[in-house]
Write a protein of this length. Structure first.
Length: 195
């Protein structure tokens, strides 16, 4: 189990399966008086409805054989990255609170619409990986997530590309598959609000 702050600053206890129902019930009972707002569980052998959990988008790792396009990628200034990450990841299962100062060596790609940044993800150029695409709540559509990933992929070298996401809907995962990504691993996410 790990306890951390989610993107919206709420305190979350996260559990990876396997865990038995009695141990999970004990954890929930201990969480509430300690200021934990939610319990997140990830794993495929869990049926949380009977314990009051609701299913959320989970963790997904996808892979494509090569970068997708040669489009221009919008690069937000580092000064806006932390606030944009918080806004884009708040309320989405699986996202930890970002650090207040982004890695100055990090590479970030954004989605810019209507004279404002509405989406962001990080790109690891050495690993050929796209990490955690996120959008502001009013802009969370499968098409926009796909455009963000397409922009991020344009920075990557030829060869296999990995995409890791948390909390995406099935429509968004389908949009990634339409770009040429194959789902390699998926762990369903579950959430119980305890306060």
């Amino acid at each position: 189990m790990a306890v951390f702050r989610a993107a919206d600053d709420s305190v979350v206890a996260e559990v990876n399966l396997p865990i038995d129902a009695a141990a999970l019930s004990d954890l929930v009972a201990l969480a509430q008086p300690r200021g934990v707002h939610a319990v997140w569980v990830r794993g495929s052998s869990f049926s949380g409805e009977r314990l009051g959990f609701r299913q959320r988008g989970g963790y997904a790792r996808l892979r494509a054989d090569s970068p997708l396009t040669a489009t221009d990628a919008a690069r937000p200034p580092l000064s806006v990255v932390p606030a944009l990450q918080v806004a884009c990841f708040s309320g989405v299962w699986g996202h930890h609170r970002p650090t207040p100062e982004p890695d100055p060596e990090g590479t970030f790609v954004g989605l810019f619409e209507g004279r404002a940044w509405v989406g962001i993800c990080e790109v690891d150029l050495e690993q050929n990986q796209i990490d955690g695409p996120g959008l502001l709540p009013a802009f969370r559509t499968a098409d926009r997530y796909a455009r963000l990933v397409r922009g991020a992929s344009s920075l990557l070298a030829s060869g296999p590309v990995t995409l890791e996401t948390w909390g995406d809907t099935e429509a968004t995962l389908s949009a990634y598959r339409e770009l040429g990504f194959e789902l390699v691993e998926y762990l369903p996410g579950w959430e119980l609000i305890v306060q």
